[in-house]
Design a protein around this ligand. Structure first.
Ligand SMILES: C[S@@+](CC[C@H](N)C(=O)[O-])C[C@H]1O[C@@H](n2cnc3c(N)ncnc32)[C@H](O)[C@@H]1O
Length: 239
């Protein structure tokens, strides 16, 4: 297993977010009564319990492409009969036996496909009138600084307006959107800092030390650029 996967499978979340973000998105979509739900790119299942709580009637399929994360999610979610954890590709959610879904939740993962392609792929796995909620990187204003661009490793990132245009281009109606809060980032970074300190105390491998140092740089950079970039949480319905 790579040091990256080892480190990230030992913390509660792999991207920013809070249970109350899940609840907000579900309420915006009017999805409290959903029966079929997908947590797409679930990682270690950070949001799956919040999805179960927000949608008391729902069967939740939590899928990811990574076996290490799925193992951690399975251990964490062992118990509730309303969840199945298993492999699944974001680009082919329609192949899952639980599809089509009333609601697809995708925290910090759609950008692996590109938002327009990802939303078009999700549409094939949605019931008529179904909704999606996803979080994705954005710049809060145009003309991002070198630091903000470096935070995303110079991968192209849209402004909030450009992300809204991508949602429309993919054939979705925007229901609501808002940036993730600093508390959502703390939910990712605070346990990560503690895990890094714990592993250093025990003596980490050279590879692990490299990954941990890179994460410390990312966290330091985030505190400098958080006013100009972050994640946008988007709730939308297929037209
Ligand atoms: C930044 S993590 C977010 C995990 C979790 N949703 C969270 O917010 O803590 C992105 C996740 O997307 C998964 N992923 C990336 N590409 C994928 C694909 N094509 N199919 C399924 N999962 C994918 C990764 O394995 C990883 O677990």
């Amino acid at each position: 297993m790579s040091a990256f996967l080892e480190l990230f499978s030992s913390v509660p979340r792999q991207g920013p977010g809070l249970a109350k973000d899940v609840a907000w998105a579900v309420a915006q979509a009017g999805a409290e009564v959903a029966s079929r739900v997908c947590d797409a790119g679930c990682g270690t299942g950070s949001d799956t319990e919040a999805l179960l709580a927000a949608m008391p009637e729902a069967q939740v399929m939590a899928c990811d492409k990574d076996a290490t994360f799925l193992e951690a999610a399975q251990t964490r979610l062992n118990g509730p009969p309303r969840v199945r954890v298993g492999p699944g590709d974001l680009a082919a959610l329609n192949d899952l036996p639980e599809a089509p879904f009333d609601f697809i939740w995708c925290a910090g993962a759609i950008y692996f496909l590109g938002t327009v392609k990802g939303l078009r792929d999700f549409r094939k796995a949605l019931k008529a009138g179904g909704a999606v909620a996803f979080s994705a990187p954005v710049y809060f204003k145009s003309g991002a600084s070198a630091g903000a661009r470096a935070f995303w490793m110079d991968v192209p990132v849209p402004t909030q307006g450009e992300l809204r245009a991508e949602v429309a281009e993919a054939g979705y109606e925007l229901i609501a959107d808002r940036p993730l809060s600093n508390a959502a980032w703390s939910a990712l970074y605070t346990p990560l800092k503690a895990e890094i300190a714990r592993r250093r105390g025990e003596g980490a491998s050279e590879e692990m030390e490299g990954v941990m140092a890179a994460m410390e740089q990312e966290m330091a950079l985030w505190s400098r650029v958080k006013l100009e970039t972050g994640y946008q949480l988007v709730v939308a319905r297929a037209k």
